[in-house]
Design a protein around this ligand. Structure first.
Ligand SMILES: [Zn+2]
Length: 218
């Protein structure tokens, strides 16, 4: 059976470095530079995987053969079948994550999706709320935040790319000794969630924010 071993952020990393190689090949720079871009890219890609079989490793090493947009496209297409989708979430699981919400308007596609994304997120325009679902250590957690109505071009906290972002004030789920105390963490996040998922190459910032939101205060 085919083993799906490439997660969304790993695929984004591979794509990023594959395109870097195409750019290096297109600019008339020396072969030494192209060689360096290829091997440092491959190294950065491999760092993203905890373990790789010989076969998986060889698949990724084909990045070295890229010398044009066409060969880049072929390389990425070949990897497409090894991409892992995100675990589906049931309506029951969702209710457990947001117990106080009488009704959460979850876009239907989310529940049926097996998308190649890193996190689920959607906006409730009426409430001006953004919801986020992420599998942290194998278990789904859900957080929500209020977003600002103004947006501007800046770096997104999750994907670290310059995009149209707005400020999202996430509310902590952690318990505090003081019931009137609410911890809020605000970050600039991409307006376009699909784009953010297509660009995120490292999950550490997203996970870091979630850990902070879940951590109990003394
Ligand atoms: Zn983003």
């Amino acid at each position: 059976m085919l083993k799906l071993f490439i997660e969304n952020h790993q695929f984004n990393t591979i794509k990023y470095h594959a395109l870097q190689i195409v750019n290096a090949c297109k600019s008339s720079i020396s072969n030494d530079v192209i060689f360096a871009v290829k091997y440092s890219g491959l190294e950065k890609i491999k760092e993203q995987f905890r373990e790789l079989s010989k076969y998986e490793s060889e698949l990724l090493e084909r990045i070295i053969q890229i010398d044009s947009s066409e060969s880049c496209e072929k390389f990425l297409n070949e990897l497409e079948i090894f991409r892992k989708g995100i675990k589906k979430i049931s309506e029951k699981e969702l209710k457990k994550l947001f117990p106080k919400k009488r009704k959460i308007n979850v876009p239907k596609y989310l529940l049926n999706s097996n998308d190649k994304i890193s996190f689920f997120s959607w906006d409730d325009i009426g409430l001006k709320k953004r919801f986020l679902l992420y599998q942290l250590n194998g278990e789904y957690i859900g957080v929500e935040g209020t977003y600002s109505s103004t947006s501007h071009d800046s770096f997104c906290y999750f994907c670290r790319m310059k995009n149209k972002v707005n400020l999202v004030a996430f509310l902590s789920k952690a318990k505090s000794k003081n019931p009137d105390y609410y911890k809020i963490i605000s970050q600039y996040i991409c307006l376009d969630i699909e784009e953010c998922n297509a660009q995120i190459k490292n999950l550490s910032h997203l996970e870091n924010l979630l850990y902070k939101l879940l951590k109990n205060d003394l």
